[in-house]
Design a protein around this ligand. Structure first.
Ligand code: T1G
Length: 648
């Protein structure tokens, strides 16, 4: 890790080299500050080119430092020193200039970039705001409206757009540094342009602020940082750059110390670690270009859409013409919604339908590099599918099941080449949900497992490895979470109070609203199956509701009542009457108490899962909950929560 200095005639070239992303760690800041002083004092140097080594400029401050109190030299001071330099500093940008990296570039008098460069101030994704002048210098360069989009709404212009906005002064082709040196030689001797912070910015019409506040507050969904980033930007426009810088910094420092920011940092690093598990790093995944999907129902079609969105070719296997037509109409709908949601580039969209082949029978499965089975959750049905696949597929074809409950070892039993088999558990809707539970069997070959992770990376999924147990990681914790929520109701706590508490905590829905949407019969059938196996499973309020025909939204009522065509839950006297035999005297319980009770239950099950080796790390359990079960991102996950309470 260092900051290199080279001299090319009258031009000094300063290169930040701090792999993997040139983060502005303490040592880098020290070097930059010392160099700024030294180069200002060097009469032979008339301009400075600042760049980053490798594929990008700078990915920002070193996020890993944020769990510790800020250490000098502070980044705002480094930026201010570069900005105050007697000679022009020219930022030469290739790849990403993010967060503090863009702020350093804004401190330079000039910026040049390649057309493919990317500019962003993504601090809000970490529960913080910019901390080194981004909210003040950016609007003075690109104007208030554009700055609001970049500072508080995650807009990230590329090089071309940055030139149009005036964020960069010129686009240069590779090799970048010689182009930047030529630019520097051209500006040497010219009067220095005003520093970013001194540039005049016209205050926008009042409606710009009110509209932005409404838009950003709504988009933030309760996240603290975006509205505060806007406030800091606005404060500087209305009260001057010094006041703006001061508010920005105090806000940054305050947010940096919050649980929300710690939770988002936890997930930032967990998501990256999840993609590169240590035991598979040295392995090369198998090449996957054509993927077979058996079953074109909701899950199968969603998986097919996720594969097509990622540019892969899909052979969707069904058993008859009617099923093929149904699958194609589902996929046509998913294509439209993926387009609308911007889930695929124009390039991918153009070949989407052409890369989809739907067939009856297993004939074409022999051409597939991987086949994912997504048929009905019944062992015999799944085994018959793999009997066919074992017969027609190439010996090196990877075979995967999307089961969410059945033991994959039972499904693979007797399959020729069991080392090529594993569980790939997608979550509905599979083209949207980011979680992929990867469930190897004892026979699964390491490179097959590595291929599962590589597929997750290509689909933009978050892979989490799960051992084999009932419900793997996610559904096992869900079962405990729901059982504990029902236990609260049995204890006299109001159904709606439990849901309200979990929504206030950050969930989009409480456990009962969620179950009404998914259907109460899934859990009921699971319990009935256990009872049929002779297990002593006591009746739960949900069982009484299902036996009374209340399966949730699909039957017009479950825990709540629903008017026809209306998904809004209404308190149900019928439901309360039906569950009354299992419910004790009415009891008031504070929202926080409800939350900590359910959090403790999830963490307790998480600990058991860790102890049994079903999950490799507590952070993996948090990723499952956040990316598969709607756990609020700003809370980090049940294990993170337990850690905060010192219960790990
Ligand atoms: N600090 C520390 N480590 C970082 C890092 C950072 N800013 N960015 C990435 N890493 C690590 C990451 O954990 C992984 O580590 C490796 O680099 C490769 O990352 C004052 C306060 C740059 C687009 O939010 O968006 O500046 O797993 O797998 O897919 O206002 O990383 O190998 O051990 O993601 O090629 C603002 C965060 C900081 C940008 C590259 N900056 N990074 O993506 O690789 S706050 C960000 C990214 C700030 C100032 C404020 C991406 C990337 P490991 P990767 P990638």
């Amino acid at each position: 890790m260092t900051v290199n200095l080279e001299i090319d005639g009258e031009i000094a070239i300063v290169t930040i080299e701090n792999p993997p992303v040139n983060a502005l760690s303490g040592v880098v800041r020290e070097h930059l500050l010392a160099l700024a002083d030294a180069l200002d004092g060097d009469p032979n140097v008339r301009a400075v080119v600042l760049t980053g080594a490798g594929k990008l400029f700078v990915a920002g401050a070193d996020i890993a430092e944020f769990d510790r109190p800020p250490e000098p030299p502070f980044l705002p001071d480094v930026v201010a020193r570069i900005e105050a330099a007697a000679k022009p500093w020219i930022a030469a940008i290739r790849g990403a200039a993010l967060g503090g990296g863009l702020e350093v570039a804004l401190g330079c008098r000039f910026r040049v970039a390649t057309a493919g460069a990317r500019f962003a101030l993504p601090e809000i994704n970490l529960g913080i705001i910019q901390g080194a002048g981004g909210t003040q210098r950016l609007p003075r360069i690109v104007g208030v409206a554009e700055a609001i989009r970049i500072v508080a709404e995650n807009h990230s212009p590329n090089g071309k757009e940055a030139l149009r906005l005036g964020l960069v002064d010129a686009l240069v082709d590779e090799p970048l540094v010689p182009g930047a040196v030529a630019f520097a030689q051209a500006v040497v001797g010219q009067a220095l342009p005003p520093a970013s912070r001194e540039r005049v910015v016209s205050a926008p019409a009042a409606n710009v602020w009110t509209e932005a506040e409404a838009r950003i507050t709504a988009g933030a969904r309760g996240a603290a940082a975006p509205p505060q980033a806007l406030q800091a930007l606005k404060h500087g426009i209305e009260h001057g750059v010094e006041a703006g810088l001061a508010l920005e910094r105090s806000t940054f420092l305050a947010l940096r110390a919050t649980e929300e920011a710690a939770a988002l940092r936890h997930l930032f690093f967990a998501e990256r670690a999840a993609l590169r598990p240590g035991d598979l790093r040295a392995l090369s995944p198998r090449p996957i270009e054509t993927v077979g999907v058996v079953g074109g129902g909701t899950m199968g079609s969603g998986i097919a859409a996720a594969l097509l969105n990622a540019g892969l070719s899909v052979v969707l296997i069904e058993q008859d013409e009617a099923s093929v037509l149904r699958a194609r109409s589902i996929l046509a709908g998913l294509y439209e919604s993926s387009r609308r949601r911007g889930l695929m580039s124009d390039e991918v969209a153009s070949g989407w339908m052409a890369r989809l082949e739907t067939i009856i029978g297993y004939g074409a499965a022999g051409r597939c590099d991987l086949v994912i089975e997504a048929v009905f959750e019944e062992l015999a049905v799944k085994r018959s599918v793999f009997a066919e696949l074992g017969r027609v597929c190439r010996p090196d074809t990877i075979l995967a099941t999307n089961t969410s409950y059945i033991d994959p070892r039972l499904i693979a039993d007797g399959l020729p080449g069991p080392e090529r088999f594993l569980g790939l558990h997608f979550f509905s809707p599979a083209q949207v949900m980011k979680l992929l539970e990867i469930v190897p069997t004892p026979d699964t070959a390491p490179d097959v497992l590595a291929t599962g992770y590589d597929l997750a990376r290509r689909l933009g999924k978050v892979p989490v490895r799960s051992g084999i147990c009932d419900g793997f990681i996610g559904n096992r914790i869900l079962r405990r979470y729901r059982a504990e929520a029902e236990a609260l109701v049995c204890g006299g706590v109001d159904i709606a109070a439990v849901d309200a508490a979990m929504r206030a905590f950050g969930f989009a829905m409480g456990p009962f609203e969620m179950q009404d949407m998914a259907g109460l019969d899934i859990a009921y059938l699971y319990r009935e199956a256990a009872r049929a196996r002779g297990m002593p499973v006591p009746d739960m309020p949900g069982d009484l509701l299902v036996r009374a025909g209340r399966k949730g939204q699909k039957t017009g009522g479950g825990w709540y009542d629903y008017a026809a065509g209306d998904r809004r839950p209404k308190t149900s006297m019928d439901a309360q009457r039906i569950v009354a035999p299992l419910v004790g005297a009415k009891k008031e319980m504070a929202g926080e108490a409800i939350v900590s009770r359910l959090m403790a239950t999830m963490a307790e099950e998480g600990h058991a899962i860790l102890t049994e080796g079903i999950a490799l790390a507590a952070a993996d359990i948090d990723l499952v909950e956040v990316h598969g079960y709607g756990f609020p991102r700003k809370r980090g996950g049940p294990m993170f929560q337990a850690g905060r309470l010192g219960k790990t």
